[in-house]
Design a binder for this molecule. Structure first.
Ligand code: SIN
Length: 545
């Protein structure tokens, strides 16, 4: 036995555990912030790569939204969040998010995050789409995610209560007598081999990030394939708003995977979107032009990209300031052979953020006892159908703090017991092999084509059918998890007969007031719906046969 609550087949299996320990699956901002806030309670963090380098958080460019400007208010931040979410935001949750934002920014400053300030020491704030004020705290221009993660990594390394397990990924949750009591983890050992371990904990926090990797073009890093959502769904958790996938309008058009992002802050500084003829197109589509809600800009860019090309023109608005103020985007452009000071940047929409996820309450509790969810994998209700820019890192820290408080309050009184038989059963299952790349490519292709920026019933049937088939295959847990999350997205999208926020159906192009409610699905329900839809003579599916 290496640490309280960890066991593997080479160890003596004890018949029960009662480790006073929390387990956090995921080492992005949500996972690390929650771990730090849990002090002094012992916590293990499982991270897929090296500490601080995994997940979407280090790639974030924009920053964190918080009403900290002199003329800004919590009410305005709440109202913008609700408006962007296109009718589906949980207003109480959005109010709480905006209210608690400034305090979390102060905590991040205390942890050593060097948010940009002016000469008088006031935070420098940038503007992004659908915000009514300059409200986004940033670091070194567009380096927010990387610098925040560096500060948190240092704090985690110095924290005695945190054990970090690198190069490890969870393959399944362990559920005993209706309670989530831990996770089966595939861990890389020093000699390069992998070992399956069970980590038992009184509280399990899922912080595995998003699902952009289910699409061909995504800004998400490798590994963001919806594994946490799939594990929670398999264990019986309710998944909310799965159909709402946000496509960022301005990924730089290169062959790189993930696709490099050209931050929305560029448009906040006045950069314009133009078509292949050099004509600006957003001003005729929405009154806020380039700063219209992200889904509207993404669809317009999608249309132009399919009709000759779409470009982000930064020449006039940013020009020679580009390298100093947007160093990350500047480097991406250089790597792609583009000079953004002199040339418009070719752009296309890319899967960027999953508004849907594991349903939680205000303290991050899921519908399963023993399981909390934090960050992109969660669906707290603050994003509705379309997330307001720079509310995602914010959600991770606001809910991370709430989860830590909730878990911490009960940590000393929570006890879990797991039978030796149960442990052996979980451990004897083989550690999963990596997903077959051809099947992964196939799934990404199907999701992009049929469950992407523009959807319709027939295409969503194809997506459901592919997800069912791939999920049934014997390709191991990674592909099965991807197919599970793809199924949840495509079933929820197939069921929503309207267009709203990030979900656009060409066969139902308008919002329907009668459908203005969040979707809630279990995996069992989704499988049943998909089986009926793809197996019967449903006219919606006929075309795709
Ligand atoms: C961006 O910098 O454009 C992305 C910010 C976000 O997704 O919140």
């Amino acid at each position: 036995m290496e640490a309280a609550g960890v066991t593997h087949l080479g160890a003596e299996l004890r018949s029960s555990f009662a480790p006073n320990r929390a387990l956090i699956i995921g080492g992005g901002l949500g996972g690390l912030f929650t771990a730090l806030q849990l002090a002094p309670h012992p916590v293990t963090v499982i991270t897929g790569g090296r500490l601080g380098e995994t997940g979407s958080s280090p790639l974030a460019q924009g920053g964190i939204a918080a009403a900290m400007g002199e003329t800004d208010t919590v009410e305005a931040h709440t109202a913008d969040t609700i408006r962007a979410g296109d009718g589906l935001v949980d207003e109480a949750m959005a109010g709480m998010l905006a209210r608690e934002a400034p305090a979390r920014i102060v905590e991040l400053l205390d942890l050593g995050v060097p948010f940009d300030k002016d000469l008088e020491g006031r935070l420098l704030l940038s503007r992004e789409a659908a915000h009514s004020a300059r409200r986004v705290v940033k670091v070194e221009g567009d380096m927010a995610g990387a610098v925040i993660m560096q500060a948190l990594t240092r704090a985690v390394q110095a924290a005695d209560h945190i054990t970090v397990i690198e190069d490890a990924w969870a393959e399944d949750l362990v559920v005993h007598k209706g309670r989530v009591v831990g996770a089966a983890v595939s861990r890389r050992l020093e000699d390069g081999s992998r070992r399956r371990e069970v980590h038992i904990a009184v509280a399990v926090v899922m912080a595995t990030g998003g699902a952009g990797g289910l699409y061909e073009v995504t800004t998400n890093p490798a590994g963001a394939t919806g594994s946490g959502l799939a594990m929670a769904a398999k264990a019986g958790a309710v998944i909310a708003d799965a159909e709402f996938v946000q496509f960022h309008p301005t990924a730089i058009l290169t062959d790189a995977d993930p696709a490099p992002l050209a931050t929305e802050a560029l448009r906040g500084e006045g950069a314009k979107l133009i078509d292949a003829t050099g004509r600006r197109f957003m001003s005729e589509i929405h009154q806020d032009a380039e700063l219209a809600p992200r889904d509207i800009v993404a669809r317009a860019v999608f249309d132009k990209a399919h009709a000759g090309g779409a470009f982000l023109d930064c020449r006039e608005a940013i020009g020679a300031r580009f390298e100093e103020e947007f160093p990350r985007v500047y480097n991406y452009c250089q790597e792609a052979g583009i000079d953004p000071v002199r040339q418009p940047i070719p752009v296309a929409p890319a899967a960027h953020y999953h508004m849907g996820g594991v349903l939680t309450d205000a303290n991050g509790r899921t519908t399963l006892n023993g399981l909390w969810a934090c960050g992109e994998v969660a669906s707290t209700g603050v994003h509705g159908a379309n997330r307001l820019a720079s509310n995602s890192l914010l959600e991770a820290v606001v809910f991370g703090a709430r989860i830590a408080r909730d878990v911490g309050l009960h940590m000393d009184t929570m006890v879990v017991h797991v039978s030796r038989k149960k442990l052996r059963k979980v451990l004897e299952r083989k550690a999963g092999k990596a997903a077959d790349p051809d099947r992964v490519r196939e799934l990404r292709r199907v999701m992009s084509r049929h469950a992407g920026v523009v959807r319709d019933g027939a295409g969503l049937c194809r997506a459901m059918r592919a997800a069912l088939a791939l999920g049934n295959s014997k390709s191991g847990p990674q592909l099965t998890m991807m197919a599970t999350t793809a199924l949840m997205i495509s079933v929820a999208a197939w069921m929503r007969h309207e267009s709203r926020g990030g979900h656009y159906r060409s066969d139902y192009p308008k919002a329907d007031e009668a459908l203005r409610q969040r979707s809630m699905l279990t995996l069992k329900q989704a499988r049943k719906i998909a089986a009926a839809a793809t197996g019967s003579a449903n006219p919606d599916c006929e075309e795709s046969r």
